[in-house]
Design a protein around this ligand. Structure first.
Ligand SMILES: [Zn+2]
Length: 300
């Protein structure tokens, strides 16, 4: 048996005390860290999305059984004979918004203009009954609607609900009380396109939320909503369809502006570089085309 004599002085007492604490801390860390990590993994997996663009065949309810679903292919030759004289659409309060809240939902990038602004964009005319207020805007890439079989690089949806209701969810319960105004975008190498400033501002906020589905960030600058719109607001398609995400509610008024708008290719790359809750790149978020089923599609 060997007896190790320890120097009996204050220095060594302090040193053993210090190493004791250090050793204890390492043991505690070794035991608890795996538990914390396992808990984090569990937390992440327990919040996985209920639906995915990769398995649209699993979307249930009206998404499978509905007869007036969106999006659809808009064919001009078919609608020529049902051309009607709808009134023009009118948009109000689409100028400058000081800051906008940008979100990554894991399924899309959203723009919330309501948070910091009391004046809301409004929509009327175009055969709609009454006035509609903007709830939010979001993007799909590539486009959901196509025109004569042609798809576009990006589609913005501006979701409006009738002034008769307090909220979008209330309006969704009643047919024709929600209107989605769609703008189609084509990528270009034109850095001076009129949407460039807006998308640069949005993309800086997207960078902050890109990896964090469910998070939001405010833009550091304002944006001019008007710059997203094509010059020609007189040419549009209108039809009755549905939300293009579960639960695919029907009775949604659709207005799709005919003239596509330019988006600078780098702006499109940054805008669409977002990740899902499962930490996978959201490569595309457009629903498959749906059957028209004899619906009237109006061309203005
Ligand atoms: Zn949409």
């Amino acid at each position: 048996m060997t007896i190790i004599k320890l120097p009996n002085n204050k220095f060594w007492k302090n040193k053993f005390f210090f190493f004791g604490i250090l050793f204890g801390a390492v043991i505690v860390t070794c035991i608890t860290l795996p538990i914390i990590l396992v808990q984090n993994v569990h937390t992440t997996t327990s919040h996985t999305s209920e639906w995915s663009y990769l398995r649209q065949d699993l979307w249930d309810g009206l998404c499978q059984t509905g007869q007036k679903q969106s999006p659809i292919n808009l064919i001009e030759t078919v609608v020529d004979d049902i051309y009607t004289t709808l009134p023009s659409i009118h948009l109000e309060n689409i100028n400058y918004f000081e800051t906008v809240e940008v979100g990554n939902t894991g399924h899309t990038v959203t723009l919330n203009l309501t948070k910091n602004n009391s004046t809301q964009p409004r929509l009327y005319g175009g055969g709609l009954s009454g006035n509609f207020t903007l709830n939010h805007a979001h993007f799909h890439w590539p486009s959901e609607h196509s025109i004569n079989g042609k798809s576009f690089d990006l589609e913005a949806h501006l979701v409006f609900y009738s002034d008769l209701f307090q909220s979008l969810s209330d309006a969704l319960e009643v047919p024709n009380q929600v209107t989605v105004l769609a703008i189609l975008f084509e990528q270009s190498n034109n850095e001076s396109s009129k949407t460039h400033t807006n998308f640069q501002t949005i993309d800086k906020a997207v960078l902050k939320v890109s990896f964090y589905a469910g998070s939001t960030a405010e833009t550091s600058k304002g944006l001019t909503l008007e710059d997203f719109f094509p010059n020609d607001l007189e040419s549009f398609f209108a039809y009755s369809g549905s939300l293009t995400t579960p639960s695919c509610n029907e009775g949604v008024n659709w207005i799709i502006l005919r003239e596509p708008v330019e988006i600078y290719e780098n702006d499109l790359d940054y805008l669409t570089n977002v990740f899902t809750e499962e930490q996978e790149l959201l490569e595309k978020n457009n629903r498959d085309l749906q059957e028209v089923n004899g619906r009237t599609i109006v061309v203005h």
